[in-house]
Design a protein around this ligand. Structure first.
Ligand code: NAD
Ligand code: MG
Length: 396
């Protein structure tokens, strides 16, 4: 009998991490948690270790590691606790690991995700920021490796499911006219524009259809999430930005579509629950139960579609510009956004200032060509510095 596939979950305590472990636990003969990592919420990581008995746990600093190691020993577990970036990379490339779920939020996930690709793993990519930052290098590393990359973002997972197996020959060659990237429009789709400046982090994090981490929730509210996804789609499917059209679809039932030159449009539908793309990517090319309830179209009744409003959501325009500019522009966009979203969550800036900060950084920092990872990391660092300068001087 085959042994269960060994799964490392980077960002195990997050929304995607927990959904992944939920699917893994439904199939103990096929999947086993090998390593679980967390940056905070260490008590939750301990509880996950008790439930999944992984070989390794990874935390951010040595003190956390010592405390958790003592607790796990007292729990009678043999889990070894590792620390920091070194620990993340170790569990991403470990020879016994088959699958790596990349579910750390933000730029912090880039190195371990890239390491997993270079180590020929099956990489389940939720961490879109890693790909947005380093797209060209990331996709080159993928081509140079025997790794398999499967998109977890529901839209990209849907597109992947609607494309033929040989899509990497080029979208035009396989008859694709364009990709239709659906967006819910977030919690502020209908809010009068003049009230956007006064919305709170709690309102921004209350997404109408999906339950997610706080950073991606704010990104969804500003539609920067769709902007990052546009860049992600360009890299994953080798599409030009003008081949990706954003369509607002408030019900989040169609997760995206592919429009072919013969007039066929293929869509993937499902309830908005991330366990579907996670189960798809874990089992691909087979199918397994994800625990998601069947879609009840009669209950849903209507599906609506609208054009996105770039006046209301300037982040979408900024992301499209960065996608067209290429070079280090997407890394700068992402870094400025991470600083701005954190500042908004801390109550330091207004919601509408997120776009102002990003625009100011992109105006002040020139995009340059990317030759190596250091170019990306330098652009990321400079954009963070500029964004923090904006916060200190409030716009100066
Ligand atoms: P989350 O905030 O719920 O979880 C983030 C995880 O990353 C946590 O385990 C946290 O401990 C860890 N982490 C945070 N900062 C870290 C750092 N500096 N170093 C190491 N680990 C760190 O986020 P989430 O909603 O699960 O999203 C994770 C990723 O998946 C994001 O890139 C997001 O864009 C993407 N994604 C999420 C969803 C969703 O439904 N939640 C959907 C599509 C894509
Ligand atoms: Mg998505």
């Amino acid at each position: 009998m085959n042994r269960p596939l060994q799964v490392t979950v980077l960002g195990a305590t997050g929304s995607i991490g927990l959904s992944t472990l939920d699917v893994v636990a439904r199939h103990p003969q096929h999947y086993q948690a090998f390593a679980l990592t967390a940056f905070s919420r260490i008590a939750e990581l301990r509880a996950l270790c008790q439930r999944h008995a992984p070989r390794y746990a990874v935390v951010a600093d040595a003190e956390q590691a010592r405390a958790l190691q003592a607790q796990l020993l007292a729990d009678g577990l043999q889990t070894r606790v590792l620390v920091g970036e070194g620990g993340l990379s170790e569990v991403a490339v470990h020879p016994e690991v088959d699958v790596v779920m990349a579910a750390i939020v933000g730029a912090a996930g880039l190195r371990p995700t890239l390491s997993a690709v270079q180590a020929d793993k099956r990489v389940l990519l939720a961490n879109k920021e890693a790909l947005v930052m380093s797209g060209a290098l990331f996709m080159q590393a993928l081509r140079d490796s025997a790794a398999v990359l499967l998109p977890i973002d529901s839209e990209h997972n849907a597109i992947f499911q609607c494309l033929p197996g040989n899509y990497s020959n080029g979208l035009t060659k396989v008859g694709v006219r364009r990709i239709l990237l659906t967006a819910s429009g977030g919690p502020f789709r209908e809010l009068p524009v003049e009230r956007l400046a006064a919305v709170t982090p709690e309102q921004a994090c209350a997404h109408p259809n999906w339950s997610m981490g706080r950073k991606i929730s704010v990104d969804s509210a500003s539609m920067m999430n769709k902007g990052l996804e546009l860049i992600e789609a360009c890299w994953l499917f080798d599409a030009r930005p003008d081949q990706v059209e954003v369509v607002v679809h408030p019900q989040s039932v169609i997760h995206s579509m592919v429009d072919y030159i013969d007039g066929s449009v293929l869509a993937q539908l499902g309830n908005p629950d991330m366990r579907t793309p996670i189960a798809h990517a874990l089992a691909w090319p087979e199918r397994i139960d994800s625990g998601v309830s069947p879609l009840d179209l009669l209950q849903i009744g209507q599906l609506e579609f609208r054009a996105p409003d770039e006046q209301r959501f300037p982040c979408l325009r900024l992301a499209r510009q960065a996608a067209e500019q290429c070079g280090t522009a997407p890394a700068m966009l992402n870094a400025a956004n991470e600083i701005a979203v954190e500042a908004f969550l801390q109550g330091r800036i207004r919601f509408t200032e997120i776009a102002s900060i990003i625009e100011s950084v992109l105006e002040r920092q020139a995009s340059v060509a990317v030759r190596c990872l250091e170019d990306v990391l330098a652009a990321d660092e400079q954009a963070r510095r500029l964004a923090m300068g904006w916060l200190d001087g409030r716009g100066c």
